[in-house]
Write a protein of this length. Structure first.
Length: 142
């Protein structure tokens, strides 16, 4: 229960009941009457996760994998900021964009948003060249 006595909204992760899908998880955000997305993983730990809207209603008997109380879930422009009530893996963002003219949704954390592929390649190249070599600079540096 929240301080106002209302039940707290929850973020749900369930198994996608659709057979042979590349997006095996369902995410239910407590926004817009329950926004349901399909996702490739249960949390963006290493990289951004591609998501897609679930075309059907939330399953009547879902296999719930995680149920987490939500502190905040707000739409901010082309993004939804999600803050969960748990000590780790608590803050994330869903970014609504277009890729090659088609709608796309990416789920990311602050850490995964900072880690761009070009930065990873640059870091790998500079560490392979050894500690005494000159280091290159990236315009993406944080």
């Amino acid at each position: 229960m929240s301080q106002s006595g209302q039940p707290r909204p929850v973020f749900l992760i369930a198994r996608n009941p659709q057979p042979d899908t590349k997006l095996p998880y369902l995410l239910k955000l407590p926004l817009e009457g329950g926004l349901v997305l399909k996702a490739r993983d249960t949390w963006p730990r290493v990289s951004r996760i591609y998501c897609h809207r679930f075309e059907e209603d939330w399953p009547t008997q879902p296999e719930i994998l995680e149920r987490v109380p939500v502190i905040s879930c707000r739409r901010r422009g082309a993004a939804i900021d999600l803050v969960l009530d748990r000590p780790h893996l608590a803050r994330s963002q869903f970014v609504f964009t277009e890729v090659r003219g088609r709608p796309a949704i990416f789920w990311q954390t602050q850490k995964t948003a900072r880690s761009r592929p070009s930065e990873r390649r640059l870091r790998q190249a500079t560490t392979r060249s050894g500690p005494n070599r000159a280091r290159c600079c990236s315009s993406w540096s944080t």
